[in-house]
Design a protein around this ligand. Sequence first.
Ligand code: NAD
Length: 369
Amino acid sequence: MVNDIILGVKKEEDPSENRVSIVPKDVKGMIDLGINVQVEKDCGLKAGYSNKEYESAGATLVNNLSDKTNIITSINAFYDNKSKFIKNSSIISLTDIRTNSEISMICEKNSLSLFAMEFVPRIARAQKLDALSSQASIAGYRAGLLAATSLKKYLPLMMTAAGTIPPSSILVLGAGVAGLQAIATAKRLGAEVTGYDIRLAAGEQIESLGAKFISDEVPEDTETSGGYAKEQTKDKQKSQLEFLKEYILKSDAVISTAAIPGRKAPILIEKSTVKDMKPGSVIVDISAPSGGNCESTILGESVDINGTLVHGPKNLSSEMAFDASIVYSKNIFGLLEIIIKDNVFDINLEDEIIDAMLVFQDGKKRIEV
Ligand code: NAD
């Protein structure tokens, strides 16, 4: 079989990124699709995948991707916008195109096609490609563990000879993919868990995990047709803060995950509330990269405020790079199965998945973000 299509796996440029976009066990499947897989040396090391494993799977190790590379995969191809981009190639990557305007210039200048992994539509057929969900689920799990290890308390109820220790109470704000996984993780560890979301539909999911659902007076139109939350009015935001304060102050740990796609994260925990929390309390603000749900959050830092530890993790899924890479690689493989047919790279714009993800085609912008 002649493998004409060259796919290059980039070594991530962000020094704090541990994940890799393709793992060795997917290389064979790619070769079967008719792809010649080249991987930049050491690209998988930080995730736990050796050069040898890629070679044994049939990939070619290269120091730098060749100028003939057709498709380039990455976790974040536009980390510092300084990479050398291969003209006329197609990039498959997560991007921050909504806030990084330089990406458009780079795509235009280099006639790139860009498949943005964050734009995978949330339809059943695209579930296999859903990188936001695969990574959010890992972040939620990791946030549950971070809350557990940051608390100076047991999570489960403990009966000891020296007396009974009550379980810790954990409040999870926002019960999408990450929030539900954080709830499940905290429950498994034995905590008393409460969940909150403005989408009423989330209530059933919270309760199905054995957690308690709390709800304020939410208007009915909190959800878009795509299943995402809508931004709240100023009045609603104010009453939400008042409603939540009581529950936050009762909790040992709060894991906040609330997000509105393409917008700054909603504030759900005010600075004054953090100051009133019990010393020893913990906040894990998963939404830190999009501005944070807590006013005291500092991105990439853990700050102590009157004895409350506020974590603003930058990239929780990268902390579980081995498994995060496995699922991301599968997400990309799902896309490759759609765009490569009979050894031919064929972009079908009639396909709603492609239509939603292909932001640039041959350097021309086709989706306003
Ligand atoms: P997200 O990351 O955009 O937001 C996280 C959560 O924050 C959401 O549940 C949202 O309702 C909540 N939120 C937003 N503003 C809030 C506020 N002010 N107060 C409290 N909570 C607030 O969401 P997500 O995790 O990507 O999931 C969004 C929805 O899409 C969910 O219903 C999820 O089940 C669904 N989904 C569907 C598919 C699919 O069909 N293929 C895949 C993944 C997710």
